[in-house]
Design a protein around this ligand. Structure first.
Ligand code: ACM
Ligand code: ZN
Length: 536
């Protein structure tokens, strides 16, 4: 009986395969979509993809497109057939923006052109998101011309893999999700009080000891613990695999080694690097801890430089994030070595900053100089502005937007990632079932942000390089909850990052995002559905 039912179901499915239409209203919204006169392009099994370049990256773009078409529609293009119509991928040096592209849809051809393979990739993403998500015999693309480029060059998302460790499969899925939204930077937060998650050959105890916590607090700081050891780290091979997987999707991985605070993982392994000498343990609850790296000990500088030497060997990114946030300086106030260093450097405290704050600035600048000697620049959280800052520094403005404004005034580049719009660990709606860190950040609010208004100061216009959403994971224990917190808010951030502000419109975003949600469901990403429901 079951077999009969199955074959009837298959028959119905194949009879109902039909022609469907593409829709260019995607997320993020392209800068310009113009309907053209003429017959549409009909994609079907005999359509071929013609990559007009020998470039490996372009060939990969073609493979991605083929795979996306099958994924959405069930149509597997017949590579051998040369009689059908053609999707042409090609480079066009006349396109101005490095990430820009033009798609021209005519009866016989769809042409995706970019100045670079990266631009072509975003054209491929737009074409992919135009596809209906249903099994189809053919898909009709109305004649049109799409001209597109990103508003900002930096479009990022941070994932904290230290409070909770995420397996390689998830990291790749996360990167796929970024690519789908035209995001080009994966900020990988790798070290914390609650766990050190990177293999460093020179300091094996970082992973032997520092990656493991004995137990984890239950709920929101209840004082109760789960009595279960927790750990995990990424090997060098795994991190290189992530860098390659991301690069194939035009995503740069920026690693973060957070210092001098949030370092209990390292201190548990090498207690001599702390002001008191320990003993320390890998943190079992969340928060900000007073024990940080000792900035008066030459061994600390040696340690940090050696760790970063191994990090730059794995991660080719121009920028290395060195944290700088939430570092209480109480131990430094009482540490003879830190105080001696303050004296040696002649730090007195000025401009509202204590001598200890200036010691942190000195520490960060020393690290910046070391990285500059390797051709890299640092990114730091906005606390880095509490003192003089190395001129190659980029500031991540997280405690609101003022850090970014101040950075720009000082002639430093800034990336806007304010809690008020972009902290994905916050609630999206009141929900008694879930224990999260707190606060409320509905997708409407995320969407509403404009980092550089038209009337912004010229220095802000010059120095704000882009935006980023952050997923801190104290309460985000695994894949399903991660995607629930990420989407659709990352899509809202991505539209601000990509689409010019005067083209943004929340009602339109809602309609377009509702279509994209079908693809999320296809991937098994159980996202917050509130946006998609009709409001009564
Ligand atoms: C941060 O949220 N501590 C950067
Ligand atoms: Zn000290």
């Amino acid at each position: 009986m079951k077999k009969i039912l199955l074959s009837v179901a298959l028959m119905v499915a194949s009879i109902s395969l039909h022609a469907t239409d593409a829709n260019y209203q995607v997320v993020p919204l392209p800068q310009s979509v113009t309907a053209e006169k003429g017959a549409p392009f009909v994609l079907e099994v005999f359509t071929s993809i013609n990559v007009a370049s020998k470039d490996d990256a372009m060939r990969r773009n073609g493979e991605f497109l083929k795979q996306y078409i099958t994924e959405a529609t069930g149509i597997t293009l017949d590579d051998q057939n040369k009689k059908g119509n053609t999707i042409i991928l090609k480079l066009n040096p006349k396109i101005e923006n490095e990430e820009g592209y033009v798609i021209t849809i005519k009866a016989k051809t769809i042409t995706i052109e970019g100045k670079t393979p990266r631009g072509v990739f975003y054209g491929v993403q737009t074409l992919r998101k135009s596809l209906p998500l249903e099994k189809a015999k053919s898909v009709t693309f109305p004649a049109a011309r799409i001209v597109d480029y990103p508003r900002f060059g930096y479009r990022g998302t941070m994932l904290d893999c230290a409070r909770h460790y995420f397996k390689m499969d998830f990291i790749k899925e996360f990167i796929d999700m970024l690519a789908l939204h035209n995001i080009n930077t994966f900020h990988w937060h790798l070290t914390e009080d609650q766990g050190w998650r990177v293999q460093i050959d020179r300091y094996p105890k970082l992973t032997e000891i520092g990656s493991k916590r004995a137990q984890t607090v239950i709920g929101r700081m209840t004082g109760l613990y789960d009595d279960t050891p927790y750990g995990g780290y990424y090997t060098k091979d795994e991190m290189r695999e992530v860098v390659k997987y991301a690069a194939d999707r035009y995503i740069t991985v920026i690693p973060e080694i957070d210092m001098p605070g949030h370092m209990l993982g390292a201190l548990a392994a090498y207690p001599e690097l702390g002001c008191t000498g320990g003993p320390y343990k890998v943190a079992e609850q969340w928060g900000v801890f007073p024990d940080i790296l000792c900035a008066g000990n030459p061994k600390t500088y040696e340690f940090v430089n050696n760790v970063l030497d191994e990090i730059v060997d794995i991660f080719p990114s121009k920028y290395i994030h060195i944290g700088g946030d939430e570092a209480p300086r109480v131990r430094w106030q009482h540490c003879p070595r830190c105080q001696a260093e303050i004296k040696r450097l002649g730090l007195k405290g000025s401009n509202g900053f204590s001598a200890e704050a200036q010691l942190q600035a000195y520490f960060m600048n020393q690290v910046a100089k070391h990285l500059e000697s390797k051709g890299r620049n640092i990114i730091g959280w906005d606390e880095i502005l509490e003192g003089d800052v190395d001129k190659g520094t980029t500031v991540m403005s997280w405690r609101g937007v003022n850090g970014g404004i101040e950075a720009a005034k000082r002639g430093l580049d800034a990336i806007m990632t304010p809690t008020t719009y972009y902290y994905l660990d916050f609630y999206q709606k009141p929900d008694n079932r879930m224990i999260l860190i707190g606060n409320m950040l509905p997708v409407e609010t995320t969407y509403s942000y404009n980092p550089v208004p038209d009337d912004a100061a010229p220095e802000l216009k010059k120095h704000v390089k882009g935006v980023q959403a952050n997923l801190w994971t104290e309460y985000i224990i695994g894949r399903d909850l991660a995607f629930f917190q990420i989407l659709p808010r990352v899509a809202a951030m991505a539209e601000t990052a990509w689409t010019e502000n005067n083209k943004k419109d929340f009602a339109s975003f809602k309609t377009r995002e509702t279509r994209l949600n079908e693809l999320y469901k296809h991937f098994g990403w159980k996202t917050c559905q509130d946006l998609y429901k009709e409001k009564k």
